[in-house]
Design a protein. Structure first.
Length: 305
């Protein structure tokens, strides 16, 4: 089934070239189907890139999804045209009375700040509290994962001596969970962060279950509330060239930038990246939609609580 997206969203044309079936709102309204409502709070600087990355993964399911985009009233993005934000995004306040089957909250370039020092932290807390009663299942990615673990469960974050940057092997700790259905024992995940959460802090909270980790990159995926919350410390949604773009951007600014690990063929940045995470990325998102959203959400969306 196709994804239902706002009319004229740039990702529609980009993904059609990849043979991904998407339809705009105009056509979708002609179908008599109750789609799953997914809302994305996109905190990343390059909004259009992140929209495309996430929609690409959400498309890998036979279910029809209606995707909406949320923005913060307390923060104005600098790297996305204001016309794009006005056309495709809505303030949280305008969505407060709605309910959603699933939600994705992305990372943000503020991880080296204390949570309370982030200018939009009060609004983020409001959204986190709202999600508990208005969303069936929520995925928190990278900074959002750290922020969610801190807000809900008091788990602190810690600075890293050097940036966790590259592709790292992850091990499933509870392989029988539906989120890992079809997974191999080891899967790869991109990481790009300056902070981390500690394993001992996760294990000290009985409400939390550590379900995947890495000997190199540490805590990988944490589950809470029987799958109503997933905290993912990396970026399975990244496109093949994302780390390359980040590496070349930072190398032009600073001299201490290291190669992303396990990424370029033969560790040679003149060669193409070796994509090793895409299959498991598609599988995780489709498992989330199928087992933790579709099979758990009520048909009457107003009954979510």
């Amino acid at each position: 089934m196709p994804l239902r997206l706002p009319d004229r969203l740039p990702a529609i044309e980009l993904l059609k070239h990849e043979n991904i079936f998407v339809m705009d709102d105009t056509r979708a309204h002609m179908q008599d189907i109750r789609p799953l409502k997914i809302v994305i709070l996109n905190l990343m600087p390059l909004k259009i890139t992140t929209e495309t990355d996430l929609i690409r993964l959400l498309s890998n399911t036979p279910l029809q999804l209606e995707v909406s985009f949320m923005k913060l009233r307390s923060h104005t993005p600098k790297n996305t045209p204001i016309e794009h934000m006005m056309m495709f995004y809505r303030d949280f306040e305008s969505m407060r009375d709605e309910k959603f089957d699933g939600m994705i909250i992305t990372g943000a370039p503020v991880e080296q700040l204390e949570f309370e020092d982030v200018g939009y932290w009060p609004e983020i807390q409001d959204i986190f509290a709202w999600a508990r009663t208005h969303v069936t299942s929520t995925l928190f990615i990278c900074w959002a994962a750290q922020a969610g673990l801190y807000y809900y469960y008091g788990v602190p974050k810690y600075p890293l001596e050097k940036k966790m940057f590259g592709i790292f092997p992850q091990y499933t700790l509870v392989p029988q969970l539906p989120i890992f259905r079809g997974f191999d024992d080891v899967f790869q995940m991109p990481h790009s962060r300056h902070t981390e959460v500690h394993r001992d802090d996760i294990l000290a909270r009985p409400e939390l279950t550590l379900i995947a980790e890495s000997p190199d990159s540490g805590v990988s995926i944490v589950m809470a509330r029987e799958g109503r919350e997933f905290f993912i410390t990396g970026h399975l949604e990244y496109a093949p060239n994302t780390l390359d773009t980040e590496y070349r951007r930072d190398k032009d600014i600073r001299k201490d930038v290291e190669l992303p690990r396990n990424y370029y063929r033969h560790d040679d940045p003149s060669l193409e990246p070796l994509v090793t995470w895409r299959a498991h990325a598609n599988l995780l998102y489709s498992n989330w939609i199928n087992y933790y959203v579709y099979q758990e959400t009520p048909y009457d969306i107003s009954q979510i609580k």
